[in-house]
Structure formats: C-alpha cells, structure tokens
Design a binder for this molecule. Structure first.
Ligand code: C5J
Length: 234
C-alpha cells in the first residue's frame, strides 16, 4: 500500500498538493534570445533586463527539484534553419528591427542551433534533462512534450520561465485542458511588462483557479523541504 502523503503549497486560490515523484518542474524558454541583448525579445522592442530578476529564484528552485529527484524539463522556442516550421503569419508579424531567421550578434534570430537560441548559462540543463524544442508558444504544440509527461508518469506541473503572459500562459492553458494541474511560481516567471506580470498571474488563479495555482518560490521550496527521503524517486 502506498502511504505517501502529498505535500501542500500555500498557493492562490487554495493549497496546491503534489507528490514530487509525479510532478515535473518545467522551465520555459530561458533562452538568450529572450533574456540577452541582440535576440528575438529585443528585436521586438523589449527591455530584456526586465526578465533577469527571474534567474536567481529559478536557480534555487532548479537546484531543489534536482536534489529531490523530480523530473525537470526545459523548453526552447525556435525554428528549423530553413524556417519550414515557422508559419508566415509568425514570420511576417509586425515590424521588428530583425525578423526570425535574420542574422544577429548571437546568430540567426530564434533559429535552432544558434547561440541565441540556447538556454542561458546560469540555467543550463544537466545531462539527461529533456529539452523540448517547440515552434510555437505552447510546449504541447508540435512537440513530444505530452508523450514525455505520460511516459514519465507526471500528473502535475510546476511551471517557471518566460514570458508570463505568452509562453508560460499558453503552456499552462494547454496543460490544464489536458488534465494537468499547474502551479506557477510567481517570482520564477517574468514579463517585459510589469502590468502583464501582475495581471497574468492573477488570471491563472482567478475564478477558483480557472487554469492553475500561483505561489512564490519560497513557499514551494518550504513545502518541498518537507518531502520525506523515502518519497523521493531515485
Ligand atoms: C514570446 C515566449 N514572448 N517564450 N515567447 O514570444 O514567451
């Protein structure tokens, strides 16, 4: 008989319970293209410095989840070098200073294999941690993410990364529709726009948790620290 008790995080709109053995930490798009000058984020006119405050808290969460033996999955938004997986509607949208596929200081903008497309050094995946390359904003669309969650026996997600109102929201909404319960860590997700950060977090937990829960990382870390050694996967 399994006598493990789930852990509880003091979250909004009410406590989020989880078993670390069946929960994945998802780190969304912490790529140079979004966080460093000369990439996709800056080409759209954004102040990329806004996202850097996420790095410190997310490093602490990543370390704790790894130590607890939780599944850790990273994602990267980007396209094949021939851009065959980039719909014209995305490629031609707006009037950025540089478009997807154009050359930039860190290689071609938002193209797989380029320096700018990769995850920042501070949050580099460890060997064995899956990295999902996605052409869209959501992690499920046109990727192996859904199958991976099923094969790993994952039922709940702790979601982090950038940006709150775009790829984080899209992924959490996709996950919610597929039956996953998602906790979004409020200081481990970031937006270029402070007002979108606030509203984006409020939307998730509004209406009784319409598509998820939110909590600061320190509260999640406190709950994870309660995990008995025996409940940790090896
Ligand atoms: C955007 C993302 N904002 N990772 N991508 O285009 O949120």
């Amino acid at each position: 008989m399994d006598v493990r008790q789930p852990l509880a995080v003091e979250a909004a709109p009410y406590p989020f319970s989880f078993d670390p053995a069946e929960t994945a930490l998802v780190v969304i798009d912490m790529q140079r293209d979004f966080l460093e000058p000369g990439g996709f984020g800056e080409s759209l006119g954004n102040d990329v410095g806004q996202l850097r405050k996420v790095i410190g808290p997310l490093r602490a969460v990543l370390a704790a989840c790894r130590a607890a033996g939780m599944t850790v999955i990273h994602t990267r938004e980007g396209h094949l070098p021939d851009l065959s997986d980039c719909p014209p509607a995305k490629l031609l949208r707006g009037s950025p200073s540089a478009r997807i596929g154009d050359p930039g200081p860190k290689g071609r903008i938002l193209v797989r294999g380029e320096e700018g497309h990769d995850i920042i050094d501070e949050l580099r995946p460890e060997p064995g941690e899956p990295v999902i390359d996605k052409p869209g904003k959501g992690a499920f669309y046109a990727t192996e993410f859904g199958d991976l969650l099923i094969s790993q026996g994952v039922h709940k997600l702790v979601v982090t990364g950038v940006t709150t109102e775009v790829c984080v929201h899209t992924t959490v909404r996709e996950a919610n529709d597929r039956g996953y319960e998602c906790l979004v860590l409020s200081d481990c997700v970031g937006s270029y726009f402070p007002e979108f950060q606030r509203a984006g977090l409020e939307m998730i937990a509004a209406q009784g948790g319409i598509f998820g829960w939110t909590a600061p990382s320190e509260v999640f870390l406190a709950a994870l620290a309660e995990a008995p050694a025996t409940s940790r996967p090896v």
